[in-house]
Design a protein around this ligand. Structure first.
Ligand SMILES: *Cc1c(COP(=O)(O)O)cnc(C)c1O
Length: 368
């Protein structure tokens, strides 16, 4: 039996191969590889897609978060509130600015940052809160904003939520500034590393652009200490081509999520993802919860099903953040989830037969 991958980028490539080849030929002919018209075009298209004023292409999603934080003025002595249940890049970006990472627990239902816990973690030093729209589902940013004093920025981590909405607001257009990643496996994925920062604020956008270009607005004039984080033209071409299909591909993900729900809702050993009222997720990942997760995962993998875990270790229990001094027990919800979560294969192009096979294998594994 053929195996079922966790994600299938080949299916996407087959849809866009001709358009990418045409666009790449233009870039090669023009030899404008970093920045240039292809990058400006994508930046304008993505800003319009989200409904924000400015989009600045950068080298990857982690840089995007760091640049967004630096643009709002985060640095040494500041505190930033981050969910313990996220990909490590969110916390890493905070640490790289020199600010202190203040972790908070997640909600037991949708696994997103617990807004009450975030509000409780505020101190006079808090400069930013980073809601992570995990698994393709948006945090209640309006609810979060209502709990924050003036001067605390909302820096969205929108890496997993391209196209997601909640109460009519689009992920990446809800906070002070937002960062996203176009890592190949994201809903909108490049053919290598890429990312972007989005904001309605022209000054913040200019600050991001300045910092990502060696602190230089004019060639060889460096009044600010910056670094190098720019979007390549070849990646921008891929992103422009794929952006035209993003809504259709997200619809495919939604249909696949519905199908899993139908296939698995009768299996009491499987806890299905919870979606808040008013939330329109884009299912970057389809994460269920099961007991004996490691055994179930091993059984699925042995049967050729590319299930995975996102993420097995909450940030505070990683070696990188051991310095925070928060051991086991600090964030019980994130820790408990870390032991039960299981990501099932879900991608545009997944077939009903593939999903039926996944559901069958999962049902067999959890009822053993
Ligand atoms: C992918 C991801 C990032 C980092 O993006 P890179 O492009 O890999 O640097 C940050 N946050 C979350 C939630 C992600 O999923």
């Amino acid at each position: 039996m053929t195996s079922i991958p966790l994600v299938d980028l080949g299916w996407q490539h087959a849809q866009v191969a001709d358009d990418v080849a045409t666009g790449w030929a233009e870039v090669l002919a023009r030899t404008a590889f970093v920045g240039g018209p292809a990058v400006s075009r994508f930046e304008a298209e993505y800003a319009a897609y989200l409904g924000v004023e400015h989009c600045v292409g950068v080298a990857n999603g982690t840089d995007a978060i760091e640049l967004a934080l630096r643009a709002v003025g985060v640095g040494p002595g500041d505190e930033c509130v981050v969910p313990a249940n996220t990909f490590i890049a969110t916390a890493e970006a905070v640490a790289r600015t020199g600010a202190t990472t203040v972790l908070v627990d997640c909600r037991p239902d949708d696994a997103l940052i617990d807004v009450d816990a975030a509000a409780a973690a505020l101190t006079p030093r808090t400069k930013a809160v980073l809601p992570v729209h995990l698994y393709g589902q948006m945090v209640d940013v309006a609810g979060l904003a209502a709990r924050l004093p003036e001067g605390v920025a909302i820096v969205e981590d929108a890496a997993q939520s391209q196209g997601a909405r909640r109460d009519g607001i689009t992920a990446g257009a809800a906070g002070t500034i937002a960062a996203t990643s176009f890592y190949p496996g994201k809903n909108l994925g490049a053919y290598g590393d890429a990312g972007a920062v989005m904001t309605d604020d022209a000054e913040l956008a200019a600050a991001v652009r300045l910092l990502g270009a060696h602190g230089s607005e004019r060639k060889y004039v460096h009044d600010t200490l910056g670094f190098n984080s720019r979007l390549d033209a070849l990646q921008a071409v891929v992103l422009s081509v794929k952006l035209r299909r993003l809504d259709a591909w997200n619809e495919e993900r939604r249909a696949a999520a519905k199908r899993y729900e139908a296939l698995l809702s009768g299996v009491e050993q499987v806890t299905l993802p919870v979606v808040a009222d008013g939330s329109e997720p884009v299912w970057h990942l389809y994460v269920v919860q099961v007991d004996r997760r490691d055994e179930v995962l091993a059984e699925l993998n042995a049967g050729g099903i590319g299930a995975g875990i996102h993420y097995p270790t909450p940030v505070h229990l990683t070696g990188a953040f051991a310095g925070l001094g928060q051991g086991k027990g600090a964030f019980p919800v994130s820790e408990a989830m870390g032991e039960r979560i299981l990501s099932l294969p879900l991608y545009p192009g997944i077939t009903a037969e593939q999903q039926e096979r996944v559901a069958e294998a999962l049902t067999a594994a959890v009822t053993r």
